[in-house]
Structures are given as structure tokens and as C-alpha cells.
Design a protein around this ligand. Sequence first.
Ligand SMILES: NC(=O)c1ccc[n+]([C@@H]2O[C@H](COP(=O)([O-])OP(=O)(O)OC[C@H]3O[C@@H](n4cnc5c(N)ncnc54)[C@H](OP(=O)(O)O)[C@@H]3O)[C@@H](O)[C@H]2O)c1
Length: 337
Amino acid sequence: MKPKLLLLGHTGKLGQALNEAFCKSYAVTGLNRGDFDASAGDDRLIRRLDELKPAVIVNAVVFTGLDACEREPARALAVNTLFPKTLAGYAGRTGCVLVHISSEAVFPDAAAGQTFVESSAPRPINIYGFTKFGADCFVSSEAPCHYIVRLPMLFGETVQPTQFVEKMAARILAGEPELKVATDCWTTPSYTRDLAAAVCAMLVSKKPFGLYHLTNAGEVSLYDLISELVKILQRDVRVLPVAHAAFTSLAVKNLRPILASEKIPPLRPWPEALRAYGESLLKASAAPEVQPLPARLPTSLDEDLRAGNAVHPPATLARSDCGLGSAAGGLKKGRSP
Ligand SMILES: NC(=O)c1ccc[n+]([C@@H]2O[C@H](COP(=O)([O-])OP(=O)(O)OC[C@H]3O[C@@H](n4cnc5c(N)ncnc54)[C@H](OP(=O)(O)O)[C@@H]3O)[C@@H](O)[C@H]2O)c1
């Protein structure tokens, strides 16, 4: 029998990829905002934990958006710090394994040639980074059996393109003639599917508990990243170089939070991973098949399969774009609006 794994935030960009990866080795139950509210000390989750008694909890829930976190710091603290603290307390009491997803945002900007490894001291420069670092502290102190996995900027298949690379991809595919992209922001862009497979392998191979930085190999400016994506998507789009200051922002942005690991080798180089992502987008955009998203999300994958009748406000989605009917063993849920 496969061990039980509770995946929190399974409908997010990373959560979808984790769901696909984990389903091969674990009996996965996925929960999201339709099931509990991570910002509100919601005891529905603890009840689910007590019922399910998972061997592993994976937390991919987040309140994201640098400016959104500056505007709503209490919510950012609740979802990004205090919710993981609750999970860490539960994992500490029960002995289950807690995998917590963290971020490059715990670091400031690296100097040219400098990288941040697991032993580098975090020094967040905005509310988002501060709340992510708070969770790292609580998870490492309260859950003895933990993996804290810090990730850089992600790209990957998602139901709603609300984050940078996916928004750019949607605009490129929609045929926008010009895109302005910053030349002075750098990252180690990484593919959700590669990261999810690596996190799953980490669990299955019983790597020592602790903190890991996980990335595809190589660093690049956002300008060069999007220029490469335009080539892969074969669209006639001009990418115009600008400074990040051309975009107004409430938060102080991380311009160069370059992650690396002193414990594990990087995954394949980012251009290869970006090509795989671009090809999956091209395939999805060529596929005529679209289907309505379910309107209400039942509480778990098991219940999805039993209920099979929930309906959400109308939205459409290419089947191959979000992995519906994938190795996850059937129906996967869409994002809440
Ligand atoms: N995206 C990046 O570039 C990036 C970079 C570095 C690290 N990370 C880390 O990767 C992890 C996943 O990020 P992501 O980009 O996949 O996030 P995402 O796409 O925004 O997904 C967030 C998930 O959290 C759930 N969620 C949000 N608020 C909730 C609440 N109050 N109660 C219950 N569930 C809630 C969402 O559920 P609904 O679907 O119901 O809304 C969704 O499943 C986070 O820890 C993030 O810090 C991301």
C-alpha cells in the first residue's frame, strides 16, 4: 500500500506538478482554499489531519505577490508563516514528515558571481521574503522530520497565468507585438515539473532531513529568459530591454537572489527545461480540446472521484495544459477563482 501524503496547495502552479510527481509513489490527498483557509487558523485542516493521519505533509500553500504582501502584511504572515508553524507543530507532535516549500526571497541581492547556498544567512528585504523566512525558522525548530526546499523563480503549466513567466507566455502566444522586460533582474529560472520530480525523489530516497536549495542549472536576466521563450514559441514578438525601475512597485524587489546548493547538484540547464515547457505550451495551444473547469472544488481527490459533479464559475482550459486526467489517477482540480 502506498503511504498517505497530504498535499496542501495542490491546485497552485507548483502544487499541480507536485501532485503529478507524488501520485506515482504516494496515495495523495490534495487540499486547497476550497477546503480550508490557511489565513484564519481554520480547524477544518487539523480535523482532516487527524482523520487522514498522513505519513507526509507537503505544504505548497502561499500568499504570493510582493506588492500584495506589502498591502496585506497580516494575511502574508498568517498564510506564509503562522500556517506552516501550525503544520510544524502537528508534524512535531505526530512524527510525520513535513515538506515545506520556501523561496529565494529570503535572500537579498547577490553580488556578481555570488550565490546563496544552504549555509548562507538569509536577510529578507520585503514582507514576502520576511514571512517565508519566518516559516523556515518555525519548521526547522518544531518539526524534526522536515525538508525545507527553497526554490527560485518558477515557470510551469498552470490553470491561470497570474505569475511572470506564464503571463509573458500568454502574451507571446496571443501575438502581442512588443513586450518590455527588465534587463537588471536575474534569477535561476526553474521548471515546476523538474523540481517536483526532484522533491519526490528526495522523499523516496530518504535523503537526510534538512534544508535544500533546488534549481535548474544556470542564471539569466529576465530579458534574456523571455527572449529565449519567444524563440521557443516561434512568435514574432519584439522584446524591449528596460530597467526594472520602469515598472512601479510597492515592494523592494529582489533583483539578483541567485540560489545554488552545496548539498545537491542542480537539475538540467534552464534553457533545456524552458524548451520542454515551451513545447508543452505549443502542444496545448494547438490542441482544439477545451473543457469547462469544475465550478466547486470538493474537499479531496478521493471525494472528487466520488462526487464527480462539482461545478465552478465557467472557465475553460486546455486539457493538456494542467494535466487533467494525468498520472494523478484521474480528475485534478482547477484553481479557485
Ligand atoms: N511561483 C514562484 O515563482 C515561486 C518561486 C519560489 C518559491 N515559490 C514557492 O512555491 C510554493 C508554491 O507557489 P506557487 O507559485 O505554486 O503558488 P500558487 O500558484 O499561488 O498556488 C498557491 C496554492 O495555495 C493555495 N492557497 C492560497 N491561499 C490559501 C489559503 N488562504 N488557504 C488555503 N489554501 C490557499 C491555493 O489554493 P487555490 O487554488 O484554492 O487558490 C493554491 O493551491 C510557495 O511556497 C512559494 O513560496 C514559488
